[in-house]
Structure formats: C-alpha cells, structure tokens
Design a binder for this molecule. Structure first.
Ligand code: BG6
Length: 457
C-alpha cells in the first residue's frame, strides 16, 4: 500500500553545531563539552572528542549542494552560543558571517533553515556560573537569543529555542552522561525550571521583536507504556510520563506544569525555587510549532524492591524500567524500535495538546561498524531504510486521522560526532570516513531522495 504525505510536507534532516562544525578559525570560547573532554577524554568512545567533528564550518557549501541533490526542502542545525558570543556579550564578526552565509546558502538552494539556539553545548563560562541552576544564565540566554533574532532576521524564519531540554539535566544532574556530572534531583529540577524560563524569555523576546516568523521548541517525547493493566504498573507509567514528558510538554504547550507533578515534587521536597513573575513569563510564552524527537519508547513496571531511604532521590523511586520480552531492538544503542510510539505521540498531541502544528524533528537509527555493510563502496543500510519507512507509515496514518504533523527530519544527514558515543553508532544518510574526512552516500540517501521526489513510497 502506498504511503503518502500532504503537499508541502517538510522533508529534511537535522544536525547540530557542536556535532559537526569543528574547531574552526573563529575566536569561539570553549564549551562545556570541550572542557569535559580536557578533563576526562577516556569517557568518550575511542577518545574522540569535540575536536574530531567533521569541520562542516569549512565544507558547508558542499553539504548544502548534497542536500539539494537529495531534494531536502528544510534543514535544522544550531548556532553555537560560544562561537557567536565568545565573551558572552559581544558577537564575533567572523561567526556572524559564517552563520549568515550558511543560512543563505540553504535558502538559495530552496532549503528552509530551521535554527536551534541551544543543542546541548553551553559556553563553559556559563557553566562556571552554575549553568542552568543559576538564574543569571537564564538572562544571559535571553540576551543571546535576542541577539540571534536581530542578527539573522533576514535569513531565519523558523526558530527553535532548545533541543531536548531535559537531556542535559538528566545527563548533568541525574545519570552522569553530561557535564557537570552531578547526582542531585533538586538541582535537576532547578535546572529544568530555569531552562523552561529561558525558553519562555526567548519566545517572548521573539514576539517583542515584532518578527513574523515561527518559534517553537524540540522535545524528545518517549511515551511510557505500563508492563500490564495492573494499577501499580499503570501508576508507575503515569509518573514516568509526568517526570520525563509532561515536565516540559505541559509548560511549553499549556503554559503551566501538571498539578500532579507539583504535588509529587512538593511531597518529596524537590520543588525548585520560582517566583510568580516566572510563572507569568512561562504562561505567556505561546509557541507556534513543536518539534518531536523520537527514537524509542519507555516501558515501565511497578517497583520490585523497596527504596533505600538514605539513597539520593531519583525518578526510579517510582518505577522500574521494563524490557518487554521479544521486543524489536536496536542492539547497538540498546533502544527498542517501536514505530507505533510515534503514532501514539501524534495522537496524544492531537487529542490533549490542541493539535499544535508539529514536525518530527529527529528520528533515525544509529548502527555500529557500518563498514560491514559496504558493497561496491556503498553502505547498504537496509535496516535504516526499514526503520524510517516504518516510522513514516505511523506518521502518515496519524496525519490521515487529523494530526497537524507537517514534516519529517531524519537524524542525520552525515554521520556525526555524538557526544559520549562519539563515532560509535552512525546515523547518517552519508557515511563519514574518519580516516580521510571524506563523505559518501549510503543506500538510504538514494532511498530518501526517491521518497522526497514522490512525496511518499
Ligand atoms: C538526540 C540528540 O537525542 O539523539 C542528538 O538530539 C544525538 O544530538 C542523537 O546525536 C543520537 O544520540 P546518541 O546518543 O545515540 O548518539
């Protein structure tokens, strides 16, 4: 059966500054990632750090040409805060030129630039101030956002404030996979609240600028499925949903936090500090569009063991993760593959979040040792094609049932440096050869080109 999409559907890819640009010749200050790598290089897969990125700073023109060849009509990347404002205040003219010329190159090729302000990399000087746990950084971010809106008003009509804002908080304050490697729920909650406030200030600054483009946020939504219909399992899934999805989804889309989440955090004395003015700022920051990153679902069950009363407070006080027997897995990343999850997310947004216009801003499959699949110089990544097809079917079905989903961006265009995993798992439509820096299309690039041409498959 044919899978089709509406006219003017966004077909694109996503990437981010820190994962691709490289340490180019601007006077960028160092980021939290560069700092962390200097301290603990052994924590990065094969000790490949942020300096091993592909250097798209120098080759973006060739990249854009390849995107045009495939037929992309939209593309998301991010601005590096540390590159644009090396001292936190003054914009570097070279960085301004670079971003302007990159965005113009995209536009002139018929590719709509979608630009993220914050995709995991924070200037280290902001981190030294306490990062998202410090209110002063919220104001610094709002200033940075306002500078971007002013500097790139001609080039950019689609802005994203944050990419997956929950991830740096989970990694930095709960599970130790982002700097500053703390384990303190209260700090995570404070950082989450200030991140939401920073998002709201950026949205409100955009409105105040009078520009007529669109602004939104990208959230990684992981639907929580209970192991069974048992009440205890269902409650466990409900709390996981409150903590990991609705903690950003509700304030971003409804302007306020779920009452049950506030009650829960209050009970365990984990509520962040906030003012009435902060809540007003969040309530008034209405977004135009939502980006949904989806890779895998979350399955949970009621806790099996009691909690050690002196152990640090963690989300896992309320549920255990559950691995469903026989589920389809991506063994390289350890993530379940469940395309139905994407359909469920879109249906939930339609039914409970005013059917906000949204696009799938990341979806893809990271696989290790892809050289195994090279035949006649091409990575035959049929598993990736199948993964994307299955997810696209879910999207198409949701759209036919009324979802306001208007686009799909796969992660990612070219294999890139992926934080702690560095180059372990490859996600690209193009293969990046680390030994000589060359890139070449995989089978999925040709497949995607065909899908775009036919607006379906
Ligand atoms: C998303 C991020 O969470 O997942 C990307 O927005 C990241 O920046 C991608 O690269 C894949 O993640 P990982 O951890 O599998 O490399």
């Amino acid at each position: 059966m044919k899978t089709t999409f509406p006219e003017n559907f966004w077909w694109g890819c996503a990437e981010s500054a820190a994962q691709t640009e490289g340490e180019a010749d601007t006077s960028a200050s160092i980021t939290n990632w560069q700092h962390w790598y200097q301290q603990q290089p052994e924590r990065f897969f094969n000790q490949h750090g942020p300096q091993h990125t592909r250097n798209s700073y120098s080759c973006y023109k060739q990249d854009v040409k390849r995107m045009r060849d495939i037929g992309l009509n939209s593309f998301r990347t991010s601005i590096s805060w540390a590159r644009l404002l090396p001292d936190g205040k003054n914009a570097d003219p070279k960085a301004i030129d670079y971003y302007r010329s990159f965005f113009n190159e995209l536009k002139n090729s018929g590719i709509e630039p979608v630009v993220t302000l914050m995709h995991f990399d924070m200037p280290y000087l902001m981190q030294q101030k306490g990062g998202w746990t410090n209110r002063a950084v919220v104001n610094d971010f709002a200033d940075y956002a306002a500078r971007c809106f002013e500097l790139f008003s001609n080039e950019v009509k689609h802005w994203i404030t944050f990419n997956e804002p929950i991830v740096p908080l989970e990694g930095g304050y709960l599970y130790d996979f982002h700097y500053p490697n703390q384990r303190d729920f209260r700090m995570a909650a404070q950082a989450a609240f200030f991140t939401q406030l920073a998002h709201a200030k950026a949205v409100n600054a955009y409105r105040a600028s009078g520009q007529k483009g669109k602004i939104g946020i990208v959230l990684n939504l992981t639907p929580s499925y209970p192991r069974s219909i048992n009440q205890a399992d269902k409650k466990a899934a409900h709390i996981a949903d409150l903590l990991f999805n609705r903690s950003f989804l509700d304030p971003s889309l409804k302007g306020h936090y779920p009452f049950e989440l506030i009650t829960l955090l209050k009970k365990y004395r984990q509520l962040p500090e906030y003012t009435a003015e902060d809540l007003r700022e969040i309530a008034t920051a209405t977004i135009d569009m939502l980006g949904v990153n989806y890779y895998h679902p979350r399955r949970v069950q009621a806790k099996i063991h009691a909690i050690h009363p002196q152990a640090p407070f963690m989300p896992e006080w309320f549920f255990d993760n559950y691995e469903m027997p026989g589920c389809r897995m991506n063994p390289y990343r350890g993530w379940e593959i469940y395309p139905q999850g994407l359909y469920d997310i879109l249906t939930n947004l339609r039914d409970h979040y005013g059917n906000i216009p949204c696009f799938i801003s990341e979806n893809g499959m990271g696989v290790e040792n892809e050289e195994r699949f090279i035949r006649k110089g091409i990575v035959e990544d049929d598993y990736r094609i199948e993964f994307m097809q299955d997810h696209l079917r879910g999207i198409s079905q949701a759209i036919s049932e009324g979802s306001a989903c208007f686009g799909y961006h796969c992660w990612t265009f070219t294999d890139n440096w992926s934080w702690l995993n560095a180059y372990k798992n490859r996600y690209g439509l193009y293969r990046f050869d680390l030994s000589d820096g060359s890139i070449s299309p995989k089978r999925s690039a040709y497949w995607y080109q065909d899908v775009i041409k036919k607006n379906g498959f």
